[in-house]
Design a protein around this ligand. Structure first.
Ligand code: NDP
Ligand code: PYR
Ligand code: MG
Length: 759
């Protein structure tokens, strides 16, 4: 077993327990069709299955339409080069191969299972894989030793009409090239000038050096080494694949080659690179020590001799993890989505450039959250995206799919790239399609001026910037200009480029007007003029709300630095409630979109208030393009068991019965009845014609607890609570909200109506 490094946060026992409990292994499979009835069985198996059988017999490509092939990738190994552990046999490779399969699923929603082939003979391996290869939409070869891996991959690529991709070669090449592009960018060196030394002339190393050359590194500036030292032109014991990268060089050892080098790539084994070697490198050296599970040299050792180095490893417990997990899931996602016949050179280059470009963009808070709040900003400690970056799934595959289409290897081109991007987002974020529609509506409507009351906060600045960049409207930041600019610069954003407006409450020419106006409004509610002056001058919520009230902004976002009730109280002193104000949360889970009310305003609504909450929620849901079906939720079902709390809900129903409302409603009932038609069949008087989509909760605690509980349990996304019912549009985000949450709130603040959301 490998030794534990200082950084390792688990023991061998932890690793074994992880792999054995609660059930052995890391993957399972799930059906995608119901198997509940006799009919299901007849369709899924005999006799129904005969129909697609005949269709595929007539046209093999129909397997993409009638089987899982199109989203299925096999991870295949013979265990001859397991990580950096060497040839430990096909069975020992199974945990790694299961691991790759699970990463395919986790990061790109690609279905995958592993195949371990019991042979070290390349021809036998090729025969096995060739004969079963049509099963899948793609094949990921893994941990097969060089040089056999080169021949195996090339032969299978010729024999099969699907992508065959040796991940240790090309996945590693793509991500290390992306890292090199960005590291050079940071230290101000050009790819065509850098001197690159490779330790480890195997599958990963040779492919990486090849792709780097394709990206601009000059062949004469490279030196490759294996265990015997430098592979120079004319050396013995060199494979044809190594010979292709051999150079004319006087150096004979890795140590000699590294003197004055700009870049060293470690794709060999633990300990292959020493401190002395690193000390001898050029200024601002770039060190990618990528051997797994332990790097050629640790970041601690590098730091002890070079403070000017950019350092990356293959491990997740150090910064800059250069690991092929950043490439293979997304590369296959894009390839599968166009039913590609192969993953070609152009697709690999496109992937490297896309990964490099993504790292240079502003990083959303959700990514920082996955890394215990670590600030991620393009620079020496963040040269490539992190594996948990949720943008990877929708950012990378479109480049791959487009390149496959452009280079003629796509069987089924994507017709609408924007729709494809949305579908990719939807794979990991059920709110993506909804937000996309809301954004499209906002973008096409009259431009709204959105005032962000807490404009000095970095998260707010970033959200405003993203809002403007997405062309959703005109953001106005309230705060001191100097501080806003400073915080923007720290976040790597330039205001002058975008021209975002800044309003400083203390020095604004509008203060006198706002004070006069607000004083007139509050003077008979116990406020002196000087109180109002202080409010406008010193409190950004009053100032921002006054901007909205006086028509200098259309809507407002606040709440990042102040709790909800405090912020609402301040806003309410400036703006009136139109009819009834409620909090409406949008809950997205398992393909459903549910609206839950009231999640923020009425603590313990009485029957009349419950009825009004339903009316307000139903009206709002209509503006979101949905036909509301309201269920009043309770612990009881139509009076059973009897009790005061159920009675209040029943009374709300009676009140609505006496009103002329134009939506379906029913209650009281538990969630199982509201959301399950079979359960509702027991109640023939039931007025809901379909599953409820608006859930009116009996009180704020049940509303807040239930929405947060489903969110905490996972599998559900909650948007809001959205504030509904003020005379002007204001959204109050949760205290400490993320950039994404602020952006969502701003989008809803600017939204009027006009989307169609499917049930
Ligand atoms: N971070 C990442 O994403 C990835 C990392 N890797 C890592 O890269 C390493 C190589 O993998 P792969 O290319 O598949 O394996 P291969 O077996 O194909 O190649 C290994 C190469 O490393 C050389 N080597 C081995 N040990 C030493 C040593 N102590 N000093 C110098 N050179 C050495 C070998 O030389 P010789 O032929 O003389 O024995 C050979 O050239 C592994 O540690 C693997 O975990 C691989 C893929 C992805
Ligand atoms: C990451 C990987 O594929 C390897 O180390 O072999
Ligand atoms: Mg590997």
């Amino acid at each position: 077993m490998p030794e534990l490094t200082d950084k390792q946060t688990f023991s061998d026992d932890d690793a074994l327990e992880f792999h054995s409990d609660p059930i052995p292994g890391k993957i399972s499979m799930a059906p995608t069709k119901p198997m509940a009835t006799q009919r299901d069985l007849s369709l899924a198996y005999s006799p129904g299955v005969a129909v697609p059988v005949l269709a595929i017999a007539a046209d093999a490509d129909k397997a993409y339409d009638y089987t899982a092939k199109g989203n299925l990738v096999a991870v295949i190994s013979n265990g001859t080069a397991i990580l950096g552990l060497g040839n430990l046999g096909h069975m020992a490779s199974k945990p790694v191969m299961e691991g790759k399969s699970v990463l395919f699923k986790r990061f790109a929603d690609v279905d995958s299972f592993d195949v371990e082939v019991k042979t070290t003979d390349p021809d036998e391996f090729v025969t096995v894989v060739k004969n079963i290869g049509d099963t899948w939409g793609g094949i990921n070869l893994e941990d097969i030793k060089s040089p056999e891996c080169f021949e195996i991959e090339a032969q299978l690529q010729d024999l099969l009409d699907i992508p065959v991709f040796h991940d240790d070669q090309h996945g590693t090449a793509i991500i290390s090239t992306a890292g090199l592009i960005n590291a050079c960018h940071i230290v101000g060196k050009k790819l065509e000038d850098v001197k690159v030394v490779l330790s480890g002339a195997g599958a990963a190393g040779l492919s990486s050096i090849a792709l780097m050359k394709a990206a601009g590194v000059k062949a004469e500036n490279t030196v490759i080494c294996d265990r015997q030292g430098v592979i120079y032109k004319g050396r013995d014991n060199v494979s044809q694949w190594q010979a292709a990268h051999a150079t004319d060089t006087p150096h004979r050892t890795l140590a000699e080659a590294m003197v004055g080098a700009d870049v060293v790539l470690g794709l060999s084994a633990k300990g292959a690179i020493t401190k002395e070697m690193v000390a001898s490198m050029a200024p601002n050296p770039i060190i990618f020590a990528m051997a797994n599970p332990d790097p050629e040299i640790t970041p601690e050792d590098v730091k002890s001799v070079r403070s000017d180095a950019i350092m990356a490893t293959g491990r997740s417990d150090y910064v800059n993890q250069i690991n092929n997990v950043l490439a293979f899931p997304y590369l296959f996602r894009g390839a599968l989505d166009v039913r590609a016949r192969q993953i070609n050179h152009e697709m690999k280059i496109a992937c490297a450039h896309a990964l490099a470009a993504l790292a240079r963009e502003d990083v959303p808070d959700e990514v920082a959250a996955a890394y215990r709040g670590r600030k991620l900003k393009f620079g020496p400690e963040y040269i490539i995206p992190t594996p948990f970056d949720p943008r990877l799934i929708w950012y990378i595959p479109p480049f791959i799919a487009q390149t496959a289409m452009d280079t003629g290897v796509a069987r089924k081109p994507i017709e609408d790239m924007d729709a494809y991007r949305i579908s990719l987002r939807q794979r990991v974020d059920p709110s993506a399609a909804l937000m996309q529609k809301i954004q499209a509506s906002v973008r096409s409507g009259p431009k709204q001026r959105v005032v962000f009351a807490e404009g000095e906060e970095q998260s707010v600045i970033r959200a405003a910037w993203a809002f403007k960049q997405a062309e959703l409207g005109t953001p106005i930041l309230v705060g001191r200009e100097e501080l806003i600019r400073q915080n923007a610069a720290e976040a790597g954003l330039s205001f002058d480029e975008l021209g975002i407006e800044i309003m400083n409450a203390r020095i604004s020419e509008r203060n006198t007007d706002y004070v006069d106006w607000l004083y007139a409004r509050l003077q008979r509610r116990g406020y002196l003029r000087r109180d109002v002056q202080r409010m406008i001058n010193q409190d950004r919520n009053y100032f921002a709300a006054a901007m909205v009230a006086r028509g200098e902004a259309d809507c407002m976002v606040t709440g990042v630095t102040r709790n909800f009730n405090m912020a609402l109280k301040e806003v309410r002193r400036v703006l009136d409630v139109k009819d009834r104000m409620i909090g409406l949360s949008i809950l997205l889970a398992k393909g459903r979109t549910l609206f839950v009310a009231d999640t923020s305003i009425h603590e313990l609504p009485d029957a009349a208030e419950l009825a009004e909450i339903a009316v307000k929620a139903a009206a709002t849901v209509k503006t979101l393009g949905r036909k509301p079906r309201v269920a009043f939720l309770s612990y009881s079902t139509f009076g059973d068991p009897p009790g005061n709390r159920g009675e209040k809900v029943r009374e709300a129903i009676r009140i609505l019965d006496g009103m002329d409302v134009d939506f379906e409603y029913e209650g009281e009932m538990p969630p199982a009845l509201a959301l399950n038609s079979e359960a509702r069949a027991n109640y023939p008087f039931m007025r809901l014609t379909g599953d409820a989509n608006v859930l009116v909760m009996p009180a704020i605690h049940s509303a807040a607890i239930s929405t947060r509980l489903v969110q905490a349990l996972g599998g559900a996304t909650v948007i809001g609570p959205l504030l509904v019912g003020l005379e002007k549009s204001v959204q109050i985000v949760p205290l400490g909200a993320s950039v994404g949450e602020i952006m969502t709130a701003a989008t809803f603040a600017a939204y009027a109506e006009g989307v169609e959301i499917e049930d």
